[in-house]
Design a protein around this ligand. Structure first.
Ligand SMILES: *[C@@H]1O[C@H](CO)[C@@H](O)[C@H](O)[C@H]1NC(C)=O
Ligand SMILES: *[C@@H]1O[C@H](CO)[C@@H](O)[C@H](O)[C@H]1NC(C)=O
Ligand SMILES: *[C@@H]1O[C@H](CO)[C@@H](O)[C@H](O)[C@H]1NC(C)=O
Ligand SMILES: *[C@@H]1O[C@H](CO)[C@@H](O)[C@H](O)[C@H]1NC(C)=O
Ligand SMILES: *[C@@H]1O[C@H](CO)[C@@H](O)[C@H](O)[C@H]1NC(C)=O
Ligand SMILES: *[C@@H]1O[C@H](CO)[C@@H](O)[C@H](O)[C@H]1NC(C)=O
Ligand SMILES: *[C@@H]1O[C@H](CO)[C@@H](O)[C@H](O)[C@H]1NC(C)=O
Length: 289
């Protein structure tokens, strides 16, 4: 009789593994995608005043990176040509913690690689951070130069059509948003027995019309035959995959122009359920790390 000591290590491992199922999304490093700074090759850097204003701008943007809608725009400097305009946008489903980490990483990246440029932008999976010597607020910039795709294609007929349709609906919903211009959708593709996940987002300072046009331009550059593809630009981005790539639990309820009551109850459920669920897990499984 007695406890089988050999099973103890695996029991400890099991407890850690199970409790970690309920770990919060960890504050992992944001995933860097691309940086663009201009002019690309120059021997005459910007004025020192501009560079100082840029540093202040990036620091103020970082300190404002907990805004509830994941967006902030700001300018520093009072006299042209040394005014710097800047903004950031976090993906609509990321927490303020992740947003903050991402903007902090973006600031370091731009300070390191393009502290003397006129314009700069850095993209991560979780956010984008941008500055310019020209006014960029409430202004759409069409730029679909960044396209990513899964190398594998789906050959099933009707796949591209289904992706385009779902992307269109996602884009329309995102463009209708106000505080956030962000939407995700999930569609069951019965022919290939897969679930399609889509995402569309604009900076919320754009008009609905500009946002819609920007998203449509981006959708036109998606590789629809691929198993997954995304297009990113300074004003908007779109993406689809056959797996969930966003935090489904953190997606805000869609903006519905009518039926205010439904909206409130959906919002309440969206807020209360996660609170109740996390309270439960905290009680049962106090976080070990
Ligand atoms: C900048 O320099 C790189 C490497 O020297 C070159 O490949 C690139 O074409 C240049 N870009 C421009 C805009 O001149
Ligand atoms: C930067 O530009 C401003 C206005 O053009 C000028 O007054 C100032 O002397 C310049 N500063 C430096 C350090 O070049
Ligand atoms: C956010 O930016 C504003 C300028 O727009 C600045 O005055 C303020 O101090 C910043 N917020 C924080 C928390 O630093
Ligand atoms: C953000 O941009 C708007 C114009 O879209 C402007 O009115 C506002 O002053 C800007 N915010 C800050 C903090 O500069
Ligand atoms: C997928 O489709 C693209 C575009 O039609 C083609 O260039 C690529 O070679 C295809 N990839 C595979 C793995 O078949
Ligand atoms: C998506 O919307 C665009 C623009 O409105 C339209 O041209 C296209 O046919 C639509 N695609 C699908 C599959 O509905
Ligand atoms: C569809 O996928 C699910 C989960 O991947 C699997 O359990 C199921 O057997 C599949 N159905 C068909 C008809 O292939």
């Amino acid at each position: 009789m007695g406890t089988d000591l050999n099973s103890l290590p695996s029991l400890v491992f099991l407890i850690i593994a199970v409790s970690c199922l309920f770990c919060h999304p960890t504050r992992a490093n944001p995933t860097f995608l691309l940086r663009e700074c201009e002019p690309e090759n120059t021997t005459s850097p910007t004025n020192a005043t501009y560079q100082a204003n840029l540093k202040i701008l990036l620091s103020l943007l970082e300190s404002n990176s907990t805004t509830p809608n994941g967006f902030y725009n700001l300018s520093t400097g009072s006299e042209a040509p040394n005014i710097v305009y800047g903004l950031f946008l976090c993906r609509g489903d990321v927490s303020t913690d992740i947003c903050q980490d991402c903007i902090a990483a973006g600031r370091q990246n731009l300070l390191k690689h393009c502290p003397k440029k006129e314009v700069g932008i850095v993209y991560y999976d979780e956010c984008l951070l941008r500055y310019s010597n020209e006014y960029i607020f409430s202004t759409v910039t069409y730029d679909t130069s960044f396209v990513m795709r899964n190398v594998l294609n789906v050959s099933q007929s009707g796949f591209e059509q289904a992706v385009a349709e779902t992307m269109n609906q996602t884009a329309a919903q995102a463009a209708r948003g106000s505080e956030k211009k962000f939407a995700t959708k999930k569609a069951k593709l019965t022919q290939i027995n897969e679930t399609l996940y889509t995402l569309a987002q604009c900076t919320p300072d754009l008009s609905s019309a500009d946002c819609g046009n920007c998203l449509q331009t981006s959708i036109n550059s998606l590789q629809l035959e691929s198993k997954g593809s995304r297009v990113l630009g300074p004003s908007c981005g779109v993406r689809f995959e056959l797996y969930p790539f966003y935090f489904e639990a953190l997606v805000p309820p869609p903006t519905r122009p009518t039926s205010g009551e439904h909206r409130i109850s959906t919002a309440l459920v969206a807020i209360l359920v996660p609170i109740a669920v996390s309270a439960l897990f905290y009680t049962v499984f106090p976080q070990p790390f």
